[in-house]
Design a protein around this ligand. Structure first.
Ligand code: S3P
Length: 450
């Protein structure tokens, strides 16, 4: 499928975005381990998240989907049954790594497979600690890649310091830790998204987080069944936030979006680049903060993104690269070598596509230098089979002088079903909505005449 994008008309909109991908995966898994029926609203019905749903079904959990975004998960008190076939994780690294952690705690044998893209991604980061806990996890592919053959059982809790900052590794170890004797501690080199800890806590599973960032779970706990509402995904919102921020006087308001502070670092970057950004947390009752984000566009200034900030905006770096090419000056991204092992080598993909659009870019081993503001030329661009590359360059197309065509854009469905219709609304002025007043400055309503 090809996605065709032309220059945006004036952006002045109010939108919502689909459910959070990371939270959707975790909600399904923790609900499946719980002691009863859980209704999950706002679930992201993307291809990646459906891989996790189908993995849990293959492990004997009944999951109904009465509406696309609503799941009813019948938890079985941590009892899983052996799958009758390989579990196919498709393109979803989150499914493969989290489910590997879960399977490490089960007595039966299982096999996790993925598509050709996923089969190239490193799995040794979960294999090594899970084996240290006492499971047998064997990579059948070269250099620690999938298929993974997992058999587990009597795990012991360990204290582990991963060599990469990865929420997927942390999540896998916390799930394995639930089935282990004693306590399992993950010492994070740099803090990563804390959705697994929050989800476990919401289901009344005890974890502790120390000031140094190490997270501990105690084995043998059964999650207490509960209903949960998944907020909108800030990483999906990021595409539209950058589009509005980079358009002078562009204005966008996004409601019911997740505002967990381990995910919102990109808002700080947009502020640094000069955009006006406001966020208002409206609800924290279910432990995951959610609320409103509003952005008003200005001519953006270049910035530097590096260090501890990187893990908390790792998924936003493709779209922040587009902000960089539209900003004046040199935007530098460093310490982001993890981008090379995402759905594609995102550093190479961003450099390739920005150059094809006419921009000047230097590729670094762990990042990029992007020179802006570059007049972008519409072009035919590969997606490299990577949803975030496809969407980031669709947004670049909103600022290009001629039509941009994103090739093989079906990968967008892995995280954002419906993205194409929002792009269409951003380019088609007839369908634009009336804007909402900015947060905190509502106009007084005149009294009715008697
Ligand atoms: C995710 C963690 C991140 C992120 C991915 C989703 C998660 O990966 O890039 O899109 O849900 O745990 P890493 O854990 O590999 O950094």
């Amino acid at each position: 499928m090809e996605l065709r994008v032309k220059r945006a008309s004036r952006i002045d909109r109010e939108i919502t975005v689909p459910g959070d991908k990371s939270i959707s995966h975790r909600a399904v898994i923790v609900a499946a381990l719980s002691n009863g029926v859980c209704t999950l609203n706002g679930f992201l019905p993307s291809e990646d998240c459906m891989r996790t749903v189908n993995a849990m079904r293959a492990l004997g959990i009944k999951i109904e989907q009465p509406e696309a975004t609503k799941l009813v998960v019948h938890g079985k008190r941590r009892v899983l049954t052996a799958p009758t076939a390989d579990i196919n994780c498709g393109n979803s690294g989150t499914t493969m790594r989290l489910v590997a952690g879960l399977l490490a705690g089960q007595k039966f044998e299982s096999r996790l497979i993925g598509d050709p893209g996923l089969s190239k991604r490193p799995m040794d980061r979960v294999i090594a600690p899970l084996c240290e806990m006492g499971a047998s996890v064997v990579a059948e592919g070269p250099d620690g890649t999938s298929p993974l053959r997992v058999s587990g059982g009597s795990l012991r809790g360990i204290q582990y310091r991963p060599s990469v900052a990865s929420a997927q590794v942390k999540g896998a170890l916390l799930l394995a830790g639930l089935f282990a004797r004693g306590k399992t501690t993950v010492e994070e080199p740099t803090p990563t998204r804390n959705h697994m800890e929050k989800m476990l806590n919401y289901f009344l599973v005890r974890t502790t987080t120390e000031a140094d960032g190490s997270v501990t779970v105690f084995g043998d706990q059964v999650p207490e069944s509960r209903d949960f509402d998944i907020p909108g995904d800030i990483s999906s919102a990021a595409f539209w936030l950058v589009a509005a921020a980079a358009q002078r006087r562009g204005h966008l308001l996004i409601r019911n979006v997740g505002l967990n502070d381990t995910r919102t670092a990109m808002l700080g970057v947009l502020l640094r680049m000069g955009a006006q950004v406001r966020e208002a947390v409206e609800d924290v009752e279910q432990l995951e903060p959610r609320g409103i984000v509003e952005v008003t566009g200005v001519p953006l200034k270049a910035t530097v993104i590096q260090g501890k900030e990187v893990p908390n905006l790792i998924d936003e770096l493709p779209i922040l690269s587009i902000a960089g090419v539209l900003a004046s000056g040199k935007t530098t991204i460093r310490h982001a070598e993890e981008l090379r092992v995402k759905e594609t080598d995102r550093i190479a993909a961003i450099a390739h596509n920005l150059r094809t659009m006419g921009a000047q870019v230097t590729e670094l081993s762990d990042g990029l230098e992007i020179y802006g503001p570059a007049p972008l030329h519409g072009a035919r661009l590969p997606s490299f089979g990577d949803h975030r590359i496809a969407m980031a360059f669709a947004i670049a197309g909103l600022f290009a002088d001629a039509e941009t065509v994103i090739q093989d854009a079906e990968c967008i469905r892995e995280s954002y079903p419906g993205f194409e219709s929002v792009i269409e609304e951003f380019t088609n002025p007839k369908r634009m909505q009336v804007s909402t007043p900015v947060i905190g400055s509502l106009a007084p309503v005149p009294a009715e005449e008697g």
